[in-house]
Design a protein around this ligand. Structure first.
Ligand SMILES: [Zn+2]
Length: 351
């Protein structure tokens, strides 16, 4: 299974964009996909769609779909994370009134092989990797969706295992989106990229903002002269950002999960009858000049301490990784991948 490289390079456009700056990003989207964005906006005036996001953990599912929503139409597009919803429902069970309302709803809608009580207790017992009965997930998701006005949905976290794929094929009927197109978005990200995203991730202890020491630094970098370590300073709170326990191990603790995710993507890739959008995060270094612009490539940052001026010098260069086949590659910045998402969406919807 190999995803094609998407060409975002347009010969006529020679100006560069700083894609971390929201204003420049807007201009970038306008130039590279303005016509397609308009088409999707028009479509959304009277129609919706349902997207299932399939990608490995930390592959950027949330980032891409939220950016798509922001650019195209935030009012009409919703990113829907099953994991978040289940945590919300879990909280709801601890509130007496909400619990009663939830149980009344489930008594009406839940069907499955476990009794309702067994299904609910699996919700309470679950650890982060534990799976819930599919029938319970379906009932809960249906409830959440029916609470909203009909919107285009990006569903993240479902299907989550192989037998849920078959359910997803009929899911739009179940939630009464019967005539709206449904689409699979498959995301291909090298494990080396996921590994470094986790390894260098830093979190603000106050506002929980997440950045990356190597790939997405804050505007101010600190230096600890004793330990000779550089650190990020939160742009909102001006405090030192820290590493979460376990993040230093990179993908090691989630290897099994990644394997399962890979199988899931392969299975979905081989499906007939449902349109697919293929998003590819990496581009071989050799092919890059033909397909993408330099500023669309993720840079990596390193730092030097200048003792005389007592300042941190920031060094930026293109980040190179080996993809899962061992090919030296670049990783694309999210906006470039969203351009390919927008253009493929127009094709899939036949606009
Ligand atoms: Zn903060």
């Amino acid at each position: 299974m190999r995803f094609p490289i998407f060409k975002t390079k347009i010969k006529k456009i020679t100006r560069k964009f700083n894609l971390t700056d929201p204003k420049e990003r807007k201009a970038y989207f306008e130039l590279k996909a303005g016509a397609e964005i308009k088409k999707i906006r028009n479509y959304l005036k009277h129609n919706t769609f349902i997207v299932y996001l399939l990608g490995k953990k930390n592959s950027g599912k949330g980032t891409y779909s939220k950016m798509f929503g922001e650019i195209v139409d935030p009012e009409k597009i919703e990113h829907f994370s099953i994991g978040d919803k289940i945590r919300e429902v879990d909280k709801g069970f601890r509130n007496k009134e909400k619990k009663k309302e939830l149980i009344t709803f489930l008594e009406k809608t839940y069907r499955g092989f476990l009794t309702l009580n067994q299904a609910i207790s699996s919700l309470k017992r679950r650890n982060t990797e534990g799976l819930l009965p599919t029938e319970l997930i379906l009932a809960l998701v249906k409830r959440e969706i029916s609470k909203r006005k009909k919107k285009a949905l990006f569903i993240d976290g479902f299907p989550r295992d192989l037998d849920q794929i078959s359910y997803s094929l009929f899911f739009r009927d179940l939630i009464d989106y019967r005539d709206d197109p449904d689409i699979f978005i498959l995301i291909d990200v090298p494990e080396a990229v996921i590994n470094e995203r986790i390894k260098w991730r830093r979190i603000c202890p106050f506002c929980q903002t997440s950045r990356n020491l190597k790939l997405l630094p804050t505007s101010k970098i600190g230096y600890d002269q004793k330990s000779k370590e550089f650190y990020l300073i939160c742009d909102n709170c001006r405090v030192k950002m820290v590493q979460k326990e376990g993040d230093g191990l990179g993908i090691k603790p989630i290897r099994e999960r990644l394997k399962m995710d890979k199988k899931l993507i392969e299975k979905a890739f081989s499906l007939y009858g449902i349109p697919k959008i293929l998003l590819r995060n990496s581009v071989p270094v050799k092919a890059a000049p033909k397909y993408v612009d330099d500023y669309e490539i993720t840079p990596e940052y390193s730092y030097q301490w200048e003792a005389e001026t007592k300042k941190v010098k920031i060094i930026e260069k293109p980040w190179r990784i080996f993809d899962d086949e061992g090919i030296l590659s670049y990783s694309l910045l999210p906006p470039a991948i969203v351009v390919s998402l927008i253009k493929q969406m127009v094709e899939v919807l036949k606009l």
